[in-house]
Write a protein that binds this ligand. Structure first.
Ligand code: ADP
Length: 536
């Protein structure tokens, strides 16, 4: 028997129309390079986005053509987010923190046709412009200065646009693409569809995920070039939430000022951002008046339990999430399930430090060498995932197909432990696990315990070749300004929490830990640096 329901396409065109029709009064605030605030309404956003979509059509944009953006988080980037896919193009967000040669490689690999770029990022573009072949380059005049010769003005493109006629779009058409940030290898392109983004947005809005609603003010700190700011701009547009974009100002004081002035209730960022914010709050606890219901989504790397506790002292709730470029990125979000209400607050913290449970339609399993690992809170295996917003391949990289199992699951490259309640705990990336005498040691657990020490600002634990044990853990530690601690003191701090063989054999104190373009610790660099430490 056939159902009698409409086969209504899940496209971003609907999200844009809804934003314009239902939420015209919602506000979009953006911090500009000079730190002033640019404000406009969803009504303006709708009009300008349609104008941009119409202009792209007039330029001859064909279905599937890539339009690249090289932009911070602000109103014009949001316009590109919706205009490009609604004109049947593909939004390709370029990561401005990469080396210029890598940006050029990615733009060429994706065969980007047009580029929209912030005026303040033109010096970066100049560094790789000769290596790429954009047909047209449009500059967003964020500083208000005239657009330099040789470039076209984004504002003129919009104001000169004629009527936009929404093209027919299939929900499985490509809508956006993003390259992995390359923490563990060459960047690989993931192509999102209208359908995958729409379903991801719906899931994100559910209360047990981020619960992003019309009543929220969203501040996406995670860059819009990093997995679409975790999809939050699309979700915000779908529900008509107010958005406060931080622009290029990502330091703790500017962010906290923005939280206060715009009454931010939901924000998203990587642990490094939150650690900086925590220090600012600890230094001046009375300075900012923040919203009582502010939730801070932390993902991209593990959220230390000590950090979750410290924010609780300020009445601020950290929500731990896990994801990847290949998973759009929402793969798991943490909330305390009703069946765990009876846990002591201590035990609840241990649960909140896990990466969470998968949202509806995302399925996970952990695979050990002997088959699927039981959900017993101790067995480790590779986390594998499938769902409607999980990639089924990379853009033009057929050689990478071994990242998918023969029965259709994506191999995340993360080692995880599932518990009986369905919470995922990431123990490590496969490449970062320390293998000591045939046993696995989780660098993430050790790092989280190290940053709980009052003198420690940041810590990375790496496996370093060892003549007897294959590898032994070595801790690389950055101390807080003005604080001191010895290697023995840190080992004493860890000792009650771990088996003896887990304790790092060496602790190296450094001024800074090298980071990737998305703020993750570059352990490959550290491993290289300390590779001969135990082999003399
Ligand atoms: P890259 O792989 O280049 O860093 P991604 O941004 O896609 O690019 O990173 C995904 C990876 O980040 C995951 O596979 C995982 O190792 C790590 N990650 C993301 N969120 C968390 C988290 N909450 N806890 C631990 N690791 C995380």
């Amino acid at each position: 028997m056939q159902g009698t329901m409409m086969n209504f396409p899940l496209t971003l065109t609907h999200v844009l129309e809804r934003a314009g029709r239902l939420y015209g009064d919602s506000q979009i605030v953006s911090r500009l390079p000079d730190k002033s605030l640019h404000c406009h309404s969803y009504r303006d956003f709708y009009r300008r986005t349609r104008a941009l979509a119409g202009a792209l059509q007039a330029l001859g944009l064909q279905k599937g053509d890539r339009v690249a953006t090289l932009m911070w988080n602000h109103y014009a980037h949001l316009e590109a987010y919706l205009a490009i896919p609604c004109a049947s193009g593909v939004l390709h967000t370029l990561n401005l923190r990469l080396h210029p040669d890598d940006i050029a490689f990615i733009a060429n690999h994706a065969r980007d046709r047009f580029l929209i770029v912030d005026d303040v990022l033109l010096p970066l573009l100049e560094k790789f412009k000769t290596q790429v072949k954009f047909e047209r380059i449009f500059v967003v005049p964020l500083t208000g200065k005239p657009v330099p010769d040789g470039y076209e003005d984004y504002e003129k493109l919009i104001s000169g646009s004629t009527q936009f006629v929404a093209p027919a779009i299939d929900e499985n058409d490509a809508a956006g693409m993003c390259y992995t940030s390359g923490t563990t290898g060459k960047p690989k392109g993931v192509v999102y569809t209208h359908r995958s983004i729409v379903l991801h947005s719906l899931a994100t809005a559910t209360v047990d995920c981020l619960g992003l609603s019309n009543r929220d003010t969203l501040c996406p700190i995670v860059p819009m070039f990093h997995v679409n700011a975790w999809g939050t701009p699309f979700t915000a547009a779908m529900v008509g939430a107010k958005i406060a974009f931080p622009g290029p100002h990502l330091d703790a004081v500017n962010l906290l000022d923005l939280y206060e002035s715009e009454k931010v209730t939901l924000s998203a960022g990587v642990p490094t951002i939150w650690m900086g914010m925590l220090q600012a709050l600890q230094k001046e606890p009375q300075r900012w008046k923040l919203q009582a219901n502010l939730r801070m989504v932390c993902g991209g790397a593990a959220a230390p339990e000590s950090m979750i506790r410290a924010f609780d002292q300020f009445g601020l709730r950290v929500i731990h999430g896990w994801g990847m470029t290949e998973t759009s990125p929402l793969g798991a979000v943490n909330y305390i399930k009703r069946e765990l209400d009876g846990l002591s607050s201590e035990d609840q913290y241990a649960v909140r430090a896990k990466q969470g449970v998968p949202p509806p339609f995302v399925e996970v399993r952990t695979m050990a060498e002997t088959g699927e690992a039981p959900w017993d809170g101790k067995s480790m295996g590779e986390l594998q995932i499938r769902g409607p917003w999980v990639a089924s391949g990379y853009h033009e990289l057929p050689a990478e197909s071994d990242k998918w199992t023969s029965d259709g699951w994506f191999r995340t490259g993360d080692i995880a432990i599932m518990d009986a309640h369905g919470y995922i705990k990431i123990a490590d990336r496969i490449k970062d696990l320390v293998k000591s005498g045939g046993e696995w040691i989780s660098s993430v657990d050790l790092e989280n315990a190290l940053v709980a020490h009052p003198a420690v600002q940041e810590a990375a634990v790496i496996g370093v070749p060892h003549p007897k044990w294959d590898e032994r853990p070595l801790a690389v530690v950055v101390l807080k300004p003005g604080q001191s601690a010895t290697a023995d003191a840190l080992r004493d701090h860890l000792a009650p929490q771990f088996a003896k063989f887990w304790l790092p054999d060496a602790v190296m104190f450094v001024d800074a830990i090298p980071k990737t373009s998305t703020g993750k610790m570059l352990k490959a660099t550290l491993r290289e640096q300390f590779q001969n430490h135990f082999i003399k």
